[in-house]
Design a protein around this ligand. Structure first.
Ligand code: PMP
Length: 287
């Protein structure tokens, strides 16, 4: 299977895509990205992803190279160029190629890269049994709402989880839960779903929004409020959410069972609602 990518106006095989070493993404990590799941050729919540992309671009003061309708057309062409009903798209925009200098270059076109990879559903045994996670101090910067390509802290935090034989690192900042190294985190306490509020200290997840919408539409009590460490540690349920991992129950945290140590009833309910919601998206006619 030839993987077709998009680079600066061209669709081409991944092996042929090249960028100069002076690209500011390579030199400084000066860029932003998006990850968009595609189900049955339908990009999931594309408008929301494009809105978040605009927010990230605004956050780093980089002009959006395309209008939403242009992104829409490019995304659909990329999906059509690649095999597989379910794909995940990676969009990446950097401040372009320029002589190395921290300050922004003038009149430099951005580098725009898009790639599609096969999207595999989360392993059913993980949804059935849950995953383990650890906690760590959130040592990232104060603009975690920007989906920046400079992911070194997230990389180190995720590796900490892997080294501990677990699936994710949950971050705590000043005694409160922020998010996972590559996911948002929900907590259930006394049958109420708790979600840390959006703000500069976490990425506004698209899956996070879907979970809260489904909760609101289906009579699930929820509060969007800061989650203190003690609530996290005494939670009845903990879930992680992300576009590629969907909703996964965390059943062990720092070696301790979460609640009964098995996925809880509210997880089962929201996961079912999420799967049903995905199925309705897939049945829509392609636009
Ligand atoms: N937080 C971080 C740090 C992430 O990397 C991700 C995954 N992109 C998320 C949250 C979840 O966001 P989404 O639901 O849009 O995938």
């Amino acid at each position: 299977m030839v993987q077709i990518v998009y680079l600066n106006g061209q669709f081409l095989p991944l092996e042929e895509a090249r960028i100069p070493v002076l690209d500011r993404g390579f030199i400084f990590g000066d860029g932003v990205y998006e990850v968009i799941p595609v189900y049955s050729h339908h990009p999931f919540r594309l408008q929301d992803h494009l809105k978040r992309l605009q927010h990230s671009l605004d956050g780093i003061r980089l002009a959006n190279p395309y209008k939403d309708a242009e992104w829409d057309a490019l995304v659909k062409e990329l999906i059509a160029c690649n095999e597989g009903e379910d794909q995940y798209l990676y969009l990446h925009i950097t401040r372009g190629v320029a002589r190395r200098d921290h300050a922004f270059p003038k009149n430099t076109p951005p580098t725009v890269f898009m790639m599609s990879s096969p999207l595999l559903p989360p392993d059913p045994t993980l949804r059935q049994n849950g995953v383990a996670a650890i906690t760590a101090t959130d040592n990232r910067w104060l603009r975690c709402d920007i989906k920046a390509i400079s992911l070194l802290p997230n990389v180190l935090l995720r590796q900490q989880a892997v080294d501990a034989g677990t699936a994710e690192t949950l971050m705590l900042r000043d005694g409160f839960l922020s998010e996972g190294s590559a996911s948002n985190i929900f907590v259930v306490k006394d049958s109420i779903l708790l979600a840390p509020p959006k703000g500069p200290l976490m990425l506004p997840g698209i899956t996070y929004d879907v979970v809260l919408e489904l909760a609101a539409a289906n009579g699930v009590m929820f509060h969007v409020e800061p989650v203190p460490e003690c609530t996290l540690r005494s939670a009845d349920e903990i879930w992680l959410t992300s576009s590629t991992r969907e909703i996964l129950p965390i059943t062990h945290l720092d070696g301790q069972a979460v609640g009964s140590g098995a996925p809880g009833p509210l997880y089962r309910k929201l996961d079912r609602l999420y799967q049903d919601y995905k199925a309705t998206i897939m049945r829509q006619p392609a636009s």
